[in-house]
Design a protein around this ligand. Structure first.
Ligand code: NAP
Length: 332
């Protein structure tokens, strides 16, 4: 039977989601890719339990995650199994988030953020996760066919029903975010986080002024894909053969071709080396230098990578010269 390490909180540096009481570890673990039914449960269990032993108490999933169209929901099921078999007695320590909005089943209510999609979506997620409640429930993407008033009210009702403690949104751009925040305010909904694609090479959240909107409203941003799906690691310093793994939110990095991108990665890697960090560690530190970033959600199937990424927390400050050198590289 699993027993968590007694030292799991020894080095945890807590961060708050905006000005709220929701506390998160600086590095969280996401179960998007490689945590579906086709993946080896025992190996994924090892990674999840190892993460918890190291103070990562936040796990992020979505109803849509799994190995493709026939497998939606299976990442929740995988996590649900571990929550039931191994982590049941630690439930009060865990922050579990899930999302609704991308496709989960056929028909118009298997996608989007209508009241019906949300109210049945949370029940199905809770069942797969073996939980009575989640800590954060997200609208996974903006749904232009449903008024934000309806989505906000349905999320608020889910809070009132005790099925989630907090709510968040993901992939909302500035106008939609502003509109839904107004609704949350009217309803008194505990809105805490915007989950956005954010990494050293993709600063859309800051450029679009979303950061200021969140700051002004006491919410935080939680960065997904902080390693640009592994691009910001030592894997691609010698070249990129296949770019199919790169998320649509990062596709513009390929505009000047892969050779140019690899050149940038190597320039960034030189700065990381001077900081005694790997490129992945520096990429995570870079995001965490601003406290509005409540956590960064990494994806990994490798305990060695997880431990190495955690070392990013040893140095999350940057000198003026480092900031200016990095900006020169990424803005070219
Ligand atoms: N809201 C949304 O729309 C949305 C979209 C995408 C993702 N997300 C969330 O964000 C989470 C993370 O996304 P992501 O998987 O794209 O994150 P990521 O951490 O940017 O990329 C994961 C990739 O990086 C590799 N990696 C991690 N650490 C490494 C290291 N030290 N050295 C070399 N390679 C390393 C992993 O390979 P190994 O397995 O070999 O380590 C994996 O291929 C998801 O699981 C999900 O929870 C949300």
């Amino acid at each position: 039977m699993y027993k968590a390490s007694d030292t799991r909180y020894k080095n945890t540096q807590l961060r708050h989601a905006g000005t709220t009481g929701l506390m998160l570890p600086p590095i969280s673990l996401g179960l998007w890719r490689n945590f579906g039914s086709a993946d080896p449960l025992s190996k994924r269990r090892e990674v999840i339990l190892h993460a918890f032993d190291k103070g990562i108490f936040h796990f992020d999933v979505a109803n849509h995650y799994g190995n493709g169209h026939e497998d939606y929901g299976s990442s929740e099921e995988l996590l649900g199994r571990i929550l039931h078999d191994d982590l049941k007695s630690y439930r009060d320590e865990l922050v579990i988030s899930t999302k609704v909005g991308y496709e989960i089943h056929d028909g118009p209510y298997g996608i989007g953020t209508s009241r019906k999609s949300l109210l049945q979506g949370i029940n199905d997620s809770l069942q797969r996760l073996n939980l009575d409640y989640v800590d954060i429930y997200y609208a996974h993407k903006y749904d232009s066919t449903t008024p934000v008033e309806e989505t906000a009210r349905a999320l608020d009702d889910i809070v009132k029903a005790g099925k989630t403690l907090y709510v968040g949104v993901s992939n909302y751009d500035y106008p939609e975010m502003k509109a839904i925040i107004e609704q949350f305010k009217k309803l008194g909904t505990p809105f805490v986080l915007d989950q956005m694609s954010m990494n050293l090479l993709n600063n859309h959240v800051e450029e679009s002024n979303l950061i200021n909107l969140l700051k002004t409203n006491g919410a935080g941003v939680i960065a997904y894909g902080p390693l640009c799906e592994g691009l910001l690691s030592d894997k691609y310093l010698d070249g990129i053969d296949d770019t199919s793994f790169i998320h649509h939110t990062n596709q513009k990095l390929l505009l000047n071709g892969t050779a140019e991108l690899v050149r940038k990665l190597n320039s960034l890697n030189s700065i990381a080396e001077n900081r005694n960090q790997t490129l992945s560690q520096m990429a995570l530190s870079w995001l965490l230098r601003d406290p509005v970033v409540s956590s960064v959600i990494i994806g990994t199937t490798d305990i060695g990578h997880l431990d190495s990424n955690l070392k990013a927390l040893d140095n999350i400050s940057f000198s003026k010269t480092e900031i200016s050198d990095i900006n020169d590289i990424i803005n070219k």
